[in-house]
Design a protein around this ligand. Structure first.
Ligand SMILES: NC(=O)c1ccc[n+]([C@@H]2O[C@H](COP(=O)([O-])OP(=O)(O)OC[C@H]3O[C@@H](n4cnc5c(N)ncnc54)[C@H](OP(=O)(O)O)[C@@H]3O)[C@@H](O)[C@H]2O)c1
Length: 351
């Protein structure tokens, strides 16, 4: 049964420097369910994916802003999967499953976007269940891991790979994909013993290091006696510095994110062990998944095939209810999720 109103989270204010995300930054409002005009369609939200980048929408746009902010008073932006429930566009029929920027709300009006939005806006031709997998392995997390490993990391069969935030959305996908690409060893970093056990026992990592409890440098030395060939980094800060101190010859460091220092106003110095890039003839490269939209079909075809064949575990961490979105976003910065955080707004329909 569809909700009669459109429940929404609107941005109330931006956080102060160093302030954590919390419900106080948003207002919970209701509005009438909108109706599509010509060439538009109405989408009912089924699930939403809070992502660390959404914290970046909550700040004034400086001249160097990488992420477009959400204006105060507007509905918070966010990716989701929904079902088209009314349509005035011939290519987007009622009943279709749609992935797009649905916002933190029950209903949104959508229209087609250019093909450069293929990651974030698409009609799913052959949806796989659960539909939230379109936000996890088959969506941004899987694609980021796939392109990061292929391109920025140049992963080769036989490589010894270290992944930070390995129990997060991108990291848990990257570990599984690295193994399928032929990595000889895959080690993950995570912040609890339970997450470490999950990486090894469920996702098939060779080993996991609890970076909060273990002596990180000692464990890396033990697990990588010949050095790290590929470091896939989601965290930055001291973890990046430690990994740079243990590189193998011609190692590749793929910089996916830096969640440890993202919004830390005091994080002003760089990793001194970058000097190892010279002696190890190594390279360090950042990448952004949406630069790869022209090759998206390539990643999708492989990821969907692996998922259909049962070779990839759908690592989603389900949170119930649209009401929980601010808490779900806040939890990403305190290690609350295991796999991709997904907020369930309404049940999957029968397909
Ligand atoms: N380059 C791109 O195109 C791209 C695309 C998507 C995401 N990203 C970036 O990649 C990173 C991971 O994204 P995601 O979606 O996988 O995130 P996620 O699912 O939210 O995972 C985040 C995990 O990071 C760990 N973490 C948080 N704070 C930490 C800290 N101070 N030190 C060490 N670990 C910490 C936590 O796990 P523990 O409990 O293990 O600490 C947390 O569960 C983010 O920085 C994100 O912005 C980049």
């Amino acid at each position: 049964m569809a909700a009669a109103h459109n429940r929404q989270w609107r941005v109330a204010r931006y956080p102060q420097p160093g302030e954590a995300v919390s419900e106080e930054l948003f207002n919970w409002t209701t509005a009438a369910v909108p109706q599509p005009a010509a060439n538009e369609f109405l989408v009912r939200t089924l699930c939403l994916a809070p992502g660390p980048a959404q914290r970046g929408y909550l700040q004034d746009a400086g001249s160097e802003a990488f992420l477009q902010p959400v204006a105060i008073g507007d509905v918070m932006r966010g990716r989701g999967v929904g079902q088209i429930i009314a349509s005035r566009h011939p290519d987007y029929p009622e009943g279709g499953i749609f992935v797009g920027s649905l916002g933190w709300q029950d209903y949104s009006i959508q229209q087609p976007r250019g093909k450069e939005f293929v990651f974030s806006t698409r009609l799913i031709e052959q949806p796989l269940l659960p539909l939230s997998s379109e936000l996890t392995l088959l969506g941004q997390a899987g694609a980021t891991a796939w392109f990061g490993l292929h391109d920025a990391a140049g992963l080769q069969a036989g490589d010894h790979v270290l992944i930070s935030a390995a129990a997060g959305g991108v990291g848990s996908s990257a570990g599984q994909i690295a193994r399928l690409m032929g990595a000889a060893k895959v080690v993950g970093l995570a912040g609890t013993a339970e997450k470490c056990a999950w990486l090894v026992n469920t996702l098939g990592f060779d080993a996991a290091i609890n970076y909060r409890r273990d002596d990180l440098a000692a464990r890396v030395t033990e697990l990588f006696p010949h050095g790290i060939d590929v470091f896939f980094d989601n965290v930055g800060g001291e973890i990046l510095n430690t990994a740079l101190g243990h590189l193998a010859m011609r190692a590749r460091v793929a910089i996916c994110g830096f969640i440890a220092t993202d919004y830390d106003p005091d994080a002003a110095c760089g990793p001194i062990n970058y000097r190892n890039l010279v002696s190890r003839r190594a390279r360090m490269q950042g990448f952004v998944f949406f630069d790869y939209w022209e090759r998206y079909a390539e990643a999708q075809s492989e990821l969907r095939g692996w998922y259909r064949d049962g070779l990839l575990h759908n690592t989603e961490h389900v949170i119930d209810g649209l009401e929980a979105m601010p808490t779900a976003l806040a939890g990403l910065f305190t290690g609350g999720n295991r796999g991709v955080a997904v907020c369930r707004v309404a049940p999957d329909p029968e397909l």
